[in-house]
Design a binder for this molecule. Structure first.
Ligand SMILES: Cc1ncc(COP(=O)(O)O)c(C=O)c1O
Length: 436
């Protein structure tokens, strides 16, 4: 049901432009008088409403976080229940029931005696930072000189300094070497396999987005890549870090992307959909083997000097537990697989459109790449135009991303594709009519 316009949109937007600095947005463009950002005020299921009562399908799951839909009664109730007890208490020197239960529930999702330990943080980026610290200290405790982290070209692991050093460096304009972690960038496994032994001996860990590089534009790894990488790291005694911040919790069709190639990494990072898309929380999972080294260290050497004010937050942990409960029994993933098949069928309708270069799908993630030198500008225009068909999403350069919450109905999924089709046709026709 669309909400009545009880909001003063003009006043809100004016105050926003006066005081708010938005992430990943051209600052001047955002503040320009003709820019009218949507003010989102309410959500239910896969739908969002803006301050003027317009309804949209949340086509990118509120930046890849939401899975069960907005305003989900089960997650709402869990947060409210915890709120009645306490919202947050320090994890420094104390612990709390929701965090303990969450750690237990997450570990139970992996084969016994594999990823048995859970380190809490706030978002994907800080989950990665924690992983980097763990890796560095792990090798130091072992008296090794290994310090280098291998990351794949075009990968994205977050935007805090350490995480940014692992990928998309050009995106962040990072030029100086002084403040970045020691990182070696490679294109693929062949590059790794070709490294001389002396260089391999410097590698502490390899980090990968399993199955699909998200911020790179939803680029799929060739099947078997992850398995091959796991075999290589195991053979060389190097740690493997799987960044499942985007892929975790069903997004690729299985609970975790790593399952599809029967890989259990040494370290795994979970975030985004962990709380169902409700609250900022991330987990860095570690194997018993890695943890044991820290536990056995003497004289404070086993202390991990990392942790934030909101580490182990009780509300976030309660939301995450409630989200996991919704997966129990397996029906949700079975239903999701039906929607993945439908998405594939619907995407086929976009393939023949002029201006469409490539369509990629991995589970419930789709990217529609446009062709030509103007592709990035057009992809942006398509996303704006799709709003008229009731769809909200964002492009990554020349690719339009569609990855709604799993709670999207089949009708809404059809509407999303129809909105994209109309928008692509509209933008292309307009471009042709102005070209000489
Ligand atoms: C694979 C991957 N890792 C890490 C991150 C960083 O997560 P956050 O934005 O929550 O810090 C992202 C964000 O898009 C991501 O896609």
């Amino acid at each position: 049901m669309p909400c009545k316009s009880e909001w003063d949109t003009a006043a809100l937007v004016a105050a926003d432009k006066r005081h708010v600095w938005h992430p990943f947005a051209d600052t001047g463009e955002w503040c320009a008088p003709d820019h009218k950002p949507l003010v989102l005020v309410r959500g239910e299921g896969a739908l969002l409403w803006d301050s003027e009562g317009r309804e949209y399908i949340d086509g990118n799951s509120s930046i890849w976080t939401n899975i069960h839909g907005h305003n989900h009664p089960h997650i709402n109730a869990a947060i409210v229940r915890q709120l009645g007890l306490v919202a947050h208490t320090s994890f420094l020197g104390f612990t709390n029931p929701p965090a303990i239960r969450l750690a237990e529930a997450i570990v139970a999702l992996f084969p016994p005696e594999t990823l048995t330990r859970v380190f809490f943080s706030d978002d994907g980026s800080t989950g990665i930072e924690a992983a980097l610290r763990i890796v560095e200290q792990f090798w130091r405790l072992r008296g090794s000189t290994r310090t280098e982290i291998v990351a794949f070209r075009d990968g994205y692991h977050g935007d805090t300094a350490g995480a940014a050093a692992l990928g998309a460096r050009s995106l962040f304009g990072i030029k100086g070497e002084g403040w970045r972690a020691p990182v070696r960038e490679v294109g693929n496994i062949k590059d790794l396999a070709a490294l001389p032994g002396a260089e391999v001996a410097q590698i502490a860990a390899v980090v990968i987005e399993p199955l699909i590089q998200g911020a790179a534009g939803m680029k799929l790894w060739a099947p078997g890549t992850l398995r091959e990488l796991r075999d290589w790291t195991e053979g060389k005694g190097i740690l493997l870090i799987a960044d499942e911040v985007m892929t975790g919790f069903g997004r690729t069709g299985t609970m975790f992307a790593c399952e599809q190639e029967r890989v259990v990494p040494d370290i795994m990072i979970l975030g985004k959909a962990l709380t169902g898309g409700y609250l900022p929380l991330a987990l860095t999972l570690i194997t018993e083997r890695v943890f044991r080294l820290f536990a056995a260290a003497q004289g404070g050497d086993g202390t991990l000097f990392y942790g934030h004010s909101y580490t182990g937050n009780a509300l976030g942990s309660s939301a995450a537990l409630a989200s996991l409960q919704l997966f129990a029994g397996g029906d949700l993933l079975i239903e999701l697989r039906r929607k993945i098949i439908l998405l594939k069928e619907l995407l086929a309708d976009l393939e023949p459109l002029p201006g469409v270069k490539d369509i990629r799908q991995c589970g419930f993630i789709a990217a529609i790449e446009l062709a030509g030198t103007e592709a990035a500008t057009r992809a942006k225009a398509v996303c704006l135009e799709a709003r008229r068909g009731g769809l909200l999403t964002r492009p990554i350069r020349e690719s339009i991303v569609l990855m709604p919450p799993f709670a999207v109905t089949t009708g809404q999924l059809r509407q999303s594709i129809a909105a994209l089709k109309a928008a692509i046709q509209h933008v292309l026709q307009k471009a042709e009519s102005v070209s000489p």
